[in-house]
Design a protein. Structure first.
Length: 319
């Protein structure tokens, strides 16, 4: 029996026998690339630093498995259960198929999912600090309450993805398509959302303070009760967006399209450049708002002339 045939047979015997052999051969370099383990119960298997390039693991049970530093580029993990698995320390899933895979409560720290297909995958409550999802397909994926700080989502497809209550602080969301996605309660502070699509997405009670949203599209997005102080919306599209009880600094909205944008009930921090925005905002809706420079006093509508407030009222203020 060849070495590869022996290893494949050992895997088919299950995680208990494999792990016992692995403990007695810790220094062996293992390559199981293009092998078929579809549908096997491999829960808890120790595949640390194993090469599984192009392997077939569709529907396999890898719950609690150790895949740290392993290479699964191009592998088929469609429908696989990796819940509670260790996939961090540079594990690579580039171009892998993970459609409808279960990755809840997994450690994805520094993992690479570039060009991977994770459509309908469940990554809720995962820890994916500094993970890479560059150009990945994440349509309908679930990231509820996940820790994704400083992760790279550049040019990924996030259509109808769910990031509710996720930590995306300092994450890179440049040129993503996140239309119809849910970011309610998410932390997006200091995130990069440059030239991205967020049409009809939910940002209710989310925190986008100091986020870079330059040239992005937020058509009919819902920012109810969101914190947008110091978020940059230069040259962005806020047409039809709603800001009820949201905190927003209008100095960050220069050259922004605001057709039918609804600021009713918003907490607006006005600044010296507000009057440059008046033309852009003339077709917006605002029955009343709260002026943060006047200790949240209610104002019945956006003022039509700069004499409505004193110069001091329109200056920058510290919150």
């Amino acid at each position: 029996m060849s070495d590869l045939a022996f290893l494949v047979d050992l895997v088919h015997r299950g995680a208990t026998e494999w792990n016992a052999w692995r403990r007695s051969h810790p220094s062996n370099s293992i390559d199981l690339s293009r092998c078929c383990f579809a549908g096997l119960n491999l829960a808890g298997i120790d595949w640390f630093n194993v090469r599984l390039i192009g392997a077939d693991l569709a529907g396999a049970n890898l719950g609690g498995a150790n895949l740290r530093a392993s290479t699964l580029n191009g592998a088929n993990l469609a429908g696989a259960d990796l819940s509670g698995a260790l996939l961090g320390d540079g594990a690579s899933f580039a171009s892998a198929i993970l459609t409808s895979a279960h990755l809840q409560n997994t450690d994805l720290t520094l993992a690479d999912f570039s060009l991977a297909n994770l459509e309908y995958a469940n990554l809720s409550q995962t820890t994916a600090v500094r993970a890479t999802f560059h150009s990945a397909n994440l349509r309908h994926a679930k990231f509820e309450s996940a820790t994704l700080s400083s992760s790279n989502f550049r040019e990924a497809n996030l259509y109808r993805a769910n990031f509710s209550n996720a930590n995306l602080s300092h994450a890179d969301l440049t040129r993503v398509d996140a239309s119809f996605s849910n970011f309610s309660g998410a932390d997006l502070t200091c995130s990069k959302c440059y030239q991205s699509k967020f049409s009809e997405s939910q940002f209710r009670q989310s925190n986008l303070a100091q986020a870079d949203c330059l040239r992005s599209v937020f058509y009919r997005a819902n920012f109810e009760q969101a914190d947008l102080i110091d978020a940059e919306f230069f040259h962005a599209n806020l047409n039809g967006a709603k800001f009820y009880q949201a905190r927003i600094d209008l100095k960050c909205c220069q050259e922004t399209s605001m057709i039918k944008t609804d600021f009713t009930g918003a907490y607006l921090r006005l600044s010296w450049c507000y009057w440059k925005l008046r033309k852009a905002a003339e077709s917006s809706v605002c029955e009343y708002f709260f002026d943060l420079s006047k200790e949240k006093r209610r104002v019945d509508r956006l003022p039509d002339n700069p004499n409505a407030f004193s110069h001091l009222d329109l200056d920058f203020l510290l919150l």
